[in-house]
Design a protein around this ligand. Structure first.
Ligand code: PMP
Length: 292
């Protein structure tokens, strides 16, 4: 595979970063994951906006513009188009290499910019009848208070996810100290209660998922169900007729079991089928790039 590192496209084996990179020393960096369906990046502008918001939050300035990134992605996708039909672009920016390890931000950092493609899960385009489902557990949310920054420092998320992973589950759903759902270890959470689609509101306690926003937009425009962005108690989650997790990698994944108990009838629900269908139509209509 060919990857991008600091202005060059090189085979992944040749891409090397110094041990004095602050990304390695401190996890001092941010990232994005952009899904690419049949060569078409989904919601690239929204991903770029979130990237620059993350960079602002960590006071890291970049000379590259979103247009520069667009050009780089186009070339990267071209170089890797044989590797899989559907990919994600992983983009990571760190505060770069320093002379010595010290906490303070360097005055004139040279950010390390890295991007690679990763094949998307092969079942992502199966029919809705065969679409994957997952089981989840709840875990205490022990992370920091700036989860809105898409930081590469993910230990809090990793530790939470590990228990689910060990047990063959799809996700750990995180619950704050007041018993409210925040999000999944690597996803946002939706619940269907009555005829409403409910998801926790944006705050510094969650990452504003691009998939979350798109699902809300599609569902609101469709109008069949009411959408509410509001606090969601874990007790309410346990009574929900459907639970979904959303992310760029997993689209809208129905959770059919929570902490060992069936969610609704233990199958993907009606509302999921409706919204996931609309999501796929939207996704597959994004205009082709590179087709001149
Ligand atoms: N929350 C967290 C903690 C995540 O890691 C992710 C996936 N990157 C999401 C939510 C979903 O975000 P998106 O839909 O933009 O992939």
């Amino acid at each position: 595979a060919q990857v991008y590192l600091n202005g060059e496209f090189v085979p992944v084996e040749e891409a090397k970063v110094s041990v004095l990179d602050r990304g390695f020393l401190f996890g001092d960096g941010v990232y994005e994951v952009i899904p690419v369906f049949a060569g078409k990046p989904l919601q690239e502008d929204a991903h770029m906006e979130r990237l620059y918001r993350s960079l602002d939050a960590i006071e890291l300035e970049l000379s590259q513009t979103p247009e520069d990134f667009h050009g780089m992605f186009t070339r990267l996708l071209e170089l890797n188009k044989e590797s899989a039909k559907h990919l994600t672009i992983y983009l990571q920016i760190t505060r770069g290499v320093v002379e010595k390890r010290a906490h303070g931000f360097p005055e004139k950092p040279t950010p390390t910019v890295f991007a690679m493609t990763i094949p998307l899960e092969p079942n992502i385009r199966t029919s809705l009848d065969e679409a994957p489902t997952g089981r989840a557990i709840t875990q205490k949310d022990r992370r920091w208070q700036r989860c809105d920054i898409k930081s590469t420092s993910l230990l809090g998320n990793l530790i939470s996810f590990q228990k689910a992973y060990r047990e063959g589950m799809a996700e750990s759903i995180l619950i704050d100290c007041k018993g409210r759902v925040t999000e999944g270890a690597s996803s946002n959470v939706f619940a269907i209660i009555g005829d409403r689609i409910i998801t926790p509101p944006l705050s510094k306690r969650i990452l504003g998922g691009i998939t979350r926003a798109l699902v809300l937009e599609i569902a609101t425009r469709d109008g069949c169900y009411l959408c509410e962005e509001r606090q969601l108690k874990v007790e309410e989650l346990r009574e929900a007729s459907e639970i979904w997790i959303t992310s760029s990698n997993r689209e809208i994944l129905p959770i059919v079991e929570l902490d060992g108990a069936a969610v609704g009838a233990g199958n993907p629900g009606e509302v999921w089928r409706h919204i996931a269908g609309l999501y796929r139509i939207y996704r597959d209509q994004v205009p082709e790039i590179n087709d001149d």
